[in-house]
Design a binder for this molecule. Structure first.
Ligand SMILES: [Zn+2]
Length: 126
């Protein structure tokens, strides 16, 4: 099994509604997002999936959040924009990307770093 990981970034503000602590106040992060893809088969070039293609698909998902106030976005109308909810949402969007059409490799996890020391890993199978 091969495991590929690519990272993307976006900048966005949020605040956690109902949270008792500093994060209830408006603040921003430089979010880093890592996509994890697993596959057993290589194409004729010897790749599971071109890093460039995977990175472009991740960037297009992250563009929705870049330089936004996350609480104002439709997906967060009914849930807090936590790293957990972001990781699941990014997973759900990226996993249905056409880049996975016709290949056996699949997105298996999305890791969202709120800071360099704190991250969430969302994996639907675990
Ligand atoms: Zn925060």
């Amino acid at each position: 099994m091969y495991e590929l990981r690519v990272r993307g970034e976006f900048e966005a503000a949020h605040q956690l509604v109902g949270y008792e602590g500093k994060c209830r106040r408006l603040h921003g992060h430089n979010w880093t997002v890592e996509a994890v893809v697993k596959g057993r088969e290589l194409d004729r070039l010897g790749m599971v999936l071109d890093f460039k293609v995977l990175k472009a698909a991740l960037t297009s998902v992250l563009d929705e959040f870049d330089h936004m106030y996350l609480n104002d976005l439709e997906p967060f109308a009914s849930m807090n924009p936590t790293a957990e909810n972001l990781a699941r949402l990014i997973f759900e969007r990226l996993s249905v990307s056409p880049i996975f059409d016709g290949i056996s490799a699949r997105l298996t996890a999305v890791k969202v770093f709120e800071t360099s020391r704190s991250c969430v890993i969302y994996s639907p199978d675990d």
